[in-house]
Design a protein around this ligand. Structure first.
Ligand code: NAD
Length: 331
């Protein structure tokens, strides 16, 4: 099948070409640097399958253009699908597939890396030591042991975070629409969200972005949180009302924020803007706060996960081409 790969970076190219060479059936892969948007959607004409990523826009207008260009499958090379208008895709007869189960360790381990970096001030220490400054003032750490961690969403990633955290001697609280007995067996106690927010020293978000979870942490809920709380988000930026959390961070209402995702990341992440002036004032403000650490949506980015993503994406395309059931199709 002829597959157009939007937002293709060198690492996408490498992992997809390698998986394509290994696969039983190979596809004609065409790598397109452009991000999918209403303006670039016409480039997708003539590809029966298109492969897209987290910040490609697959809204109603884009889907209408793709349908007119004979696209029949949109294969997301990621787990979250909040960027797709599924209702319109269904109406236009465009199938949508994703990669729901690629290495949850990638994101879970990055979550732990963010927590430990923040708690032990590793980011500040690295810069200081490079500068020949070995003073410890300002590097006082906080132990995780003995603290309470609240996990919001215990699906594949949240449950993996719980498994890793279970070795740290923390009290684990969680909230999810469906409690997971395997997490309960690790000692996780399921409580309502607001109880979790009132009790946790670290709150880590692992639920998907949906209309119900948009701004899950808004000013009202942030006000319920403990004064010393650290908020960690490796899920989707819009789970947090950024303006509200900046206010809480500025006033010391919260201890810190460690994020891999940002609600307006679409205009920033995955590109080198190092020679430009950041035009997003909210993001620029975040970066000035000493109690904030940010990575640019790299939690998924491991060798193992890239291999899994490429293999599963190409398998979905092969099954679709054969007219077989695609297990990773979003209903
Ligand atoms: P999953 O579907 O396995 O788990 C999500 C869990 O959230 C489910 O158990 C679900 O019941 C729960 N949930 C849904 N609504 C909720 C709510 N209102 N309150 C509490 N829990 C709720 O998904 P996953 O594979 O664990 O991935 C979680 C999210 O991580 C994805 O949606 C994606 O947005 C994000 N993600 C980020 C990266 C990254 O690189 N930063 C990579 C992969 C996934």
């Amino acid at each position: 099948m002829r597959v157009g790969v939007f937002s293709a970076k060198r690492y996408d190219r490498d992992s997809l070409l390698e998986a394509n060479a290994r696969a039983e059936v190979s596809h004609e892969l065409v790598f397109l640097e452009a991000r999918l948007s209403p303006e670039t959607a016409p480039i997708g004409a003539g590809y029966p399958a298109l492969c897209v990523f987290v910040n490609d826009r697959v809204d109603g207008a884009v889907l209408a253009t793709l349908a007119a260009g004979q696209t029949r499958l949109v294969a997301l090379r990621c787990a979250g699908f909040n960027n797709v208008d599924l209702g319109t895709a269904r109406r236009l007869g465009i199938a949508v597939a994703r990669v729901p189960g690629y290495s949850p360790y990638a994101v879970a381990e990055h979550t732990l890396a963010l927590i430990l970096t923040f708690e032990r001030k590793i980011h500040r220490a690295l810069n200081r030591v490079r500068d020949g400054n070995f003073a410890l003032d300002g590097l006082l750490g906080t132990e995780l042991h003995g603290s309470t961690v609240g996990i919001v969403g215990t699906g594949k990633i949240g449950a993996t975070v719980a498994r890793v955290l279970s070795g740290f001697g923390v009290t684990m609280l969680a909230c999810d629409l469906t409690p997971d007995p395997a997490c309960e067996a690790l000692g996780v106690r399921y409580v309502p969200l607001e109880e979790l927010l009132r009790a946790a020293d670290v709150v880590t978000l692992h639920c998907p972005l949906t209309p119900d979870t948009r701004h899950l942490l808004d000013a009202r809920r942030i006000a319920m949180m403990r004064q010393n709380a650290l908020v960690v988000n490796t899920s989707r930026g819009a789970l947090i009302d950024t303006v509200a959390i900046i206010e809480a961070l500025k006033t010391g209402r919260l201890r810190g924020l460690a994020i891999d995702v940002y609600e307006e990341e679409e205009r920033l992440f995955f590109e080198d803007h190092s020679s430009e002036i950041v035009q997003d004032d909210t993001f620029a403000r975040l970066l000035t706060l000493p109690n904030v650490i940010v990575t640019g949506h790299q939690a998924f980015f491991t060798d193992h996960a890239l291999r899994d993503i490429a293999t599963t994406t190409l398998q979905s395309i092969t099954l679709f081409e054969r007219g077989a059931a695609v297990p990773n199709r979003i209903p």
